[in-house]
Design a protein around this ligand. Structure first.
Ligand SMILES: Cc1cc2nc3c(=O)[nH]c(=O)nc-3n(C[C@H](O)[C@H](O)[C@H](O)COP(=O)(O)OP(=O)(O)OC[C@H]3O[C@@H](n4cnc5c(N)ncnc54)[C@H](O)[C@@H]3O)c2cc1C
Length: 376
């Protein structure tokens, strides 16, 4: 049996960040990741301010984007130059590795293995993990567990915690990709309660779309690709421009899951993806950090307070916007129209890019704008 203070299950942004912070605070930490070479299907876009706030060197950033384009259902296009920050595009395999390396340097132990079940769940939690190569089952006894095992969270299933609603996505890599902007394309014909995207990286771009149901996702992607690239998926495949399409789910935030006793949930396992933008990497890292801070304090219940005081209002606002906005193309059209105004653009960009400083005053200005938008 292995003994550790904190066992972290999952070595993505949430788990690796929690491991780094715990280990840096001299808490004995073991992280178990089922596949250390895993690269999650993801646009990999992270605001530059996140690197500064979480003290992550930008060495693993593939491309820095200083412009975004928003395209309305009717084809109205707005180009926004990003001021006071930029969007860092990462490749998730190397980004997650980089975060785990930072945790390792602080003294965390990292092991390749699959969490299977809990054997006991009282003051001490015993988790059963299967090692990847030898298939040997090992028991890990910990004072606390941070469950950071993503949307399919086996830890949540083991505790019989229902999974949040999810958005289904389909994405692929395309080449060549010499675009200089991240593109957000709206329209219910190719994205439902979501947008379609083009995120350029180093020699390729991630493209994709999402929907509240997994049905017709590939045809959604086909419609989007025809709209954006004037070619069908089949034609792009024939020209060898398209990589393999990958389907993956993304949680819809509901703000209810923090901890069950000594097991804390972070990142996608807790559903911390910001509605409308569907930004999850920064919030996964922050939830990992805040879960770690609660454990450094020896108080798992503190996690919920820390999260709510920093992010709850922002998430509630974005959820309200999501509910209103995605009902039909007409509302999306008006929303895009509103973002032509320089003052609205400035506010939205501050809220997105300036997370550390984007406090209450920016949020309340945005709430005012949202109220105005509903009347508009
Ligand atoms: C197509 C797509 C595009 C996206 N684009 C963006 C974007 O551009 N910007 C952005 O901010 N967000 C984006 N997101 C959201 C973002 O990917 C997630 O919110 C983020 O990865 C959550 O991090 P996490 O650490 O909580 O979970 P994950 O990144 O899912 O990590 C979970 C880890 O747990 C491991 N694991 C799972 N089960 C077990 C187990 N039983 N035992 C051990 N280990 C296990 C997995 O291998 C994985 O490494 C996108 C999502 C999708 C689906």
């Amino acid at each position: 049996m292995i003994r550790t203070n904190v066992l972290i299950i999952g070595g993505g942004p949430a788990g690796a960040t929690a491991a780094r912070i715990l280990a840096a605070n001299k808490i004995e930490t073991t992280l178990v990741e089922r596949d250390l070479s895993y690269a999650k299907p993801c646009g990999g876009g992270i605001p530059s301010s996140a690197f500064e706030e979480l003290d992550i060197p930008e060495t693993c950033v593939k491309k820095k984007i200083k412009k975004i384009s928003i395209v309305s259902p009717a084809g109205e296009k707005i180009d926004v130059e990003l001021a006071g920050g930029y969007l860092c595009i990462t490749e998730r395999g190397s980004f997650d590795k980089h975060l785990r390396q930072l945790a390792l340097e602080q003294g965390a132990s990292i092991m390749e293995g699959l969490f299977n079940r809990f054997e006991e769940n009282g003051n001490n939690v015993i988790s059963v993990v299967q090692k990847k190569i030898s298939r040997e089952e090992i028991r890990i006894k910990a004072d606390y567990v941070i469950a950071a095992d993503g949307i399919t969270s086996k830890t949540a299933s083991a505790l019989k915690i229902p999974r949040p609603a999810a958005i289904s996505t389909v994405s692929a890599l395309i080449k060549p990709a010499d675009y200089d902007a991240c593109e957000f394309w709206f329209g219910t014909e190719h994205a439902s309660n979501f947008y379609s995207w083009v995120f350029p990286s180093d020699g390729y771009a991630s493209i994709g779309t999402g929907s509240t149901t997994p049905k017709n996702l590939t045809s959604f992607l086909d419609v989007f690709v025809r709209r954006r690239f004037h070619a069908s998926l089949e034609e792009m495949n024939r020209q060898n421009l398209l990589g393999k399409t990958r389907a993956f789910k993304m949680p819809e935030w509901n703000g209810t899951l923090f901890n069950r006793g000594n097991v804390l949930f972070a990142g996608d396992a807790a559903g911390t993806v910001l509605p409308v933008l569907y930004e999850g990497i920064y919030y996964a890292m922050k939830s990992g950090e805040l879960a770690a801070r609660a454990l450094i304090d020896g108080n798992p219940d503190l996690y919920k307070k820390l999260w709510n005081s920093r992010f709850r209002s922002r998430f509630l606002l974005m959820r309200a916007i999501r509910k209103h906005l995605f009902r039909d193309n007409e509302r999306i059209e008006k929303w895009v129209e509103l973002h032509k105004r320089p003052d609205v653009q400035e506010l939205a960009m501050k809220l997105w890019l300036n997370k550390k400083y984007g406090g209450k005053s920016i949020l309340s200005s945005y709430v005012k704008m949202f109220r105005h938008f509903i009347k508009y």
